[in-house]
Structures are given as C-alpha cells and as structure tokens.
Design a binder for this molecule. Structure first.
Ligand code: ADE
Length: 222
C-alpha cells in the first residue's frame, strides 16, 4: 500500500513515518510513505504556498495551484487515480470502520490542511475530508500520520501476529481486556506499601476461564 502525503513539513512526516510498526513495514516493502513538499509545486521565487483571504479577515489560506500540481504529479507518477483525502476538523470522523475501508485502497493521498484553511476549490479534487477528532490542530500533519498508522497496521503482514489485529478492541466492538506481564507481584511504590498483583485466573492455566474473565472485563470497560 502506498501513502503520499502533501505537506509544508515533509521532514516531520518522513521522520515520524520511519519509527515503529510503520517504519518496519516500510523497511519490509509492505508500505510506501512518501512526503511531498508543497513548496516544490510552487512556481515563484519565494515558494509561497499561502495568501490572504478574499473578502478579508484574519489568517492565511493555502493556495490552490500548488496543491493541484502536487495531485497531478502524484497521479502521473503512480499511473492511477488514487483516493484523495484532506485532513480537516470539518471532515468525517476517523473511526475503525473508516480505517478498515481506507485500508482496502491501493494508494491514499493525504493533503495536510494548514493555517486558517485551504482554498475552497481544492475540494473539487478531494474525495473525502477526514477529521481525527473534535479539536483543532494547527495543521493536518499529525492527523495524516494518525491515518497512516491506523491504516498501515491493517495491511496484511504489517502487524506480526495477525491475531492481534483481529483481536483489536475496536474491531470486536468491545473495549480491550486488561493485560499483565511479569512480575506477578510488585510494590505500588509511594507512601503505603501496597502490593499490585496479577489476577490469579491469568496464572491458572485454565484457558476457558481466562477467556471468560477477559470477556467479562472487556464488557465492564464499556
Ligand atoms: N486539522 C486541524 N484539526 C484537525 C483535526 N481535528 N482532524 C484532522 N485535521 C485537522
């Protein structure tokens, strides 16, 4: 699967994509993440990507032509018409169902919104606007990275143990059950000398009981 991210901070996006599960997926050739510098698609000497809004008012608006040129270049490079997403707080809320749908695409283009907004005409080239939550980020880069992370881990073989994707709490419509690892007992620290213990059932070896306990705990977390 291929992700093309159009941004004024290509370094930030490329660096973040190198880490963790996504980074390993890139190294293994399962996923390609390319950060495109929006300024590379300007034609003026100062590589200007924004301008004042018609009608007045505060803030700057991302100019349409560099974004159009970036989309043309990406489509020409890949030889197909990829799905184009714009990150914006007005978009469709990103849920696991949306992530699953996006993971069936061969290529996603993510346009990172910036400043007070994006020239409205850009929306004529956008298939879907995506919001990662009801709060305003100063730019779409973090939102684009959230989309890449959530979608990439659904690409086959990206997450080592396929089980762990199928068992993801939101895939099952439940919240996750509690997890423990060693040690079986530890001090809570602080003033009182309380002991924090792993529930006995998890160390019992009774697999049916463990399954029941986990189901019950997941339901309790709803
Ligand atoms: N850009 C600014 N805020 C955003 C949000 N909540 N989701 C996606 N893109 C954004």
């Amino acid at each position: 699967m291929r992700f093309d991210i159009v941004t004024i901070f290509p370094g930030m996006v490329a660096e973040a994509a190198k880490t963790g599960v996504v980074g390993r997926a890139i190294e293994r050739g399962l996923v390609t993440v390319k950060a495109h510098d929006l300024r590379d698609f300007t034609t003026d000497r100062h590589r200007v990507v924004d301008d004042v809004p018609y009608g007045g008012g505060p803030g700057m608006v991302l100019k349409p032509e560099p974004l159009f040129r970036a989309l043309d270049a990406i489509a020409a490079e890949s030889g197909r018409k990829p799905l184009v997403l714009l990150t914006s707080p007005q978009g469709t809320r990103l849920t696991q169902a949306v992530v699953e749908r996006l993971s069936r695409e061969p290529q996603l283009v993510l346009l990172c919104g910036r400043y007070e907004g994006v020239d409205e005409r850009v929306r004529s080239r956008v298939d879907e606007e995506i919001s990662i939550g009801d709060y305003v980020l100063s730019g779409g880069e973090l939102a684009a990275l959230v989309v890449v992370d959530a979608v990439a881990r659904l690409v086959p073989d990206v997450v080592g143990d396929e089980e762990s994707v199928a068992h993801d709490s939101f895939s099952r419509g439940l919240l996750d059950f509690p997890h423990y690892t060693r040690p079986a007992e530890m001090s809570a620290g602080g003033e009182e000398q309380a002991t924090l213990k792993v529930p006995d059932v998890l160390m019992s070896g009774h697999h049916a009981e463990i399954r029941r306990w986990r189901k019950r705990e997941a339901l309790l977390r709803r």
